[in-house]
Write a protein that binds this ligand. Structure first.
Ligand SMILES: [Zn+2]
Length: 384
């Protein structure tokens, strides 16, 4: 049996009322589904896993990144008031609606992430998972892409301010544009994002050529994947680019966003991953032996998302999850597999011409990094 880390999970039990408006794709309730799964699997209550209650981030904590003007608009919006000024900063759009309690929810989620960052900094835990975290699209003074407060940036800044060498690993299907823009010039933080290409998905950027400049040159690593990419393509790029860079960089702490909108069947993304791949990537990150702050990110098929989080988190903690489909090849995606087949998805593969096109694009991006960013990190790419 693999060694158990000292793990913690951030919970929201006392604020089950805080949620996005009915019909909005972002469902914080996924966190409660995750807890139900962990309870069923017998993981909750284990001595190595602590449950820690989220506490709201303070004004000063939020103001480490966000502007005072934006924070006061967020508070006003949370009281249900609308103004033209809000629309100018993205508040009141279809993606970022104004609703009662939005400031409380955003501050609580960010507080959960900062709680995890503090626990890791004080060596009180090795792995902390905040399922309602990872709002990587929010800007310093604007909301976008379902995100109001950028807790990823707040965590990276907090840890860097404590003198830690930070690596941010963003695996959400969407490019972490808010994180990238905020930290592009910050040489204390390595930013890596694997995502569906901006050619086919919001927010439209995240190309490999943006690598940072000056002292932060080579510290922004984008790995865009073509629509339709499966586990093989994802893991080839992850092992081919992200892991070598992480290994060479040698972070003190990792902030890992595991958005489950990469999974096949997600209503927003067009990748075709299974939760086996996300669990493997998360486990590889954990294998660096450094503290990891895990943030839930996106994922718009609620049950698949909760299941994917459970498999990734349990795998990182060395808990075996049954693989009911081991040995099966091919097959079709079952949508919501539920409990019929255990926690793990049946693997799906791209084939034929689509496979060849995906492989060629993934190889092109890997070759770009081997030629351009690997030398900055002193990585020899002749193994490729
Ligand atoms: Zn996403």
């Amino acid at each position: 049996m693999a060694a158990r880390p000292r793990a913690a999970i951030v919970t929201y039990e006392e604020r089950r009322d805080l949620t996005y408006p009915e019909g909005h794709p972002f469902r914080p309730e996924r966190a409660f589904m995750l807890m139900d799964i962990l309870a069923r699997e017998g993981v909750l209550g284990e001595s190595w896993l602590r449950e820690v209650l989220a506490i709201p981030a303070s004004y000063d904590e939020l103001a480490r990144f966000h502007t005072p003007g934006y924070l006061s608009l967020l508070e006003e919006a949370s009281r249900g008031r609308m103004s033209l000024e809000m629309l100018e900063v993205g508040l009141g759009s279809a993606d970022c609606p104004v609703f009662s309690g939005l400031h409380e929810l955003a501050a609580l989620a960010a507080g959960g992430t900062l709680l995890g960052a503090r626990m890791l900094d004080k060596a009180e835990a090795d792995v902390v998972f905040n399922p309602i975290g990872g709002f990587h699209h929010a800007g310093k003074a604007f909301a976008e892409g379902f995100c109001y407060v950028n807790d990823v940036v707040l965590a990276c800044l907090y840890l860097a301010d404590q003198g830690r060498k930070v690596a941010c690993v963003d695996l959400d299907v969407h490019h972490g544009n808010g994180t990238e823009d905020a930290l592009i010039d910050d040489a204390r933080v390595l930013k890596t994002s694997m995502h569906e290409s901006g050619r086919t998905l919001y927010p439209g950027g995240g190309f490999e050529t943006r690598i940072g400049a000056g002292a932060a040159r080579g510290l922004n690593i984008n790995v865009p994947l073509p629509a339709g990419s499966d586990d093989d393509a994802f893991l080839r790029a992850f092992r081919g680019v992200i892991m070598p860079v992480l290994g060479a960089y040698g972070p003190d702490v990792v902030v890992l966003e595991i958005g489950m909108d990469v999974l096949a069947g997600d209503p927003l993304g067009h990748l075709r991953l299974t939760n086996n791949a996300t669990a493997e990537a998360a486990t590889l990150v954990r294998g660096l032996g450094k503290p990891v702050l895990v943030l839930g990110g996106g994922g718009y098929h609620p049950h698949n998302t909760a299941r994917g989080w459970a498999v990734a988190f349990m795998s990182m903690c060395g808990v075996d999850t049954e693989d009911a489909y081991a040995g099966l090849v091919g097959g079709v995606f079952l949508g919501d597999c539920g409990r019929r087949g255990g926690l793990r998805d049946m693997r799906v593969y791209a084939s034929g011409e689509e496979r060849a096109a995906i492989d060629a694009e993934v190889e092109r991006v890997i070759a770009f990094h081997q030629a351009t960013t690997f030398p900055i990190h002193g990585i020899s790419s002749n193994a490729g």
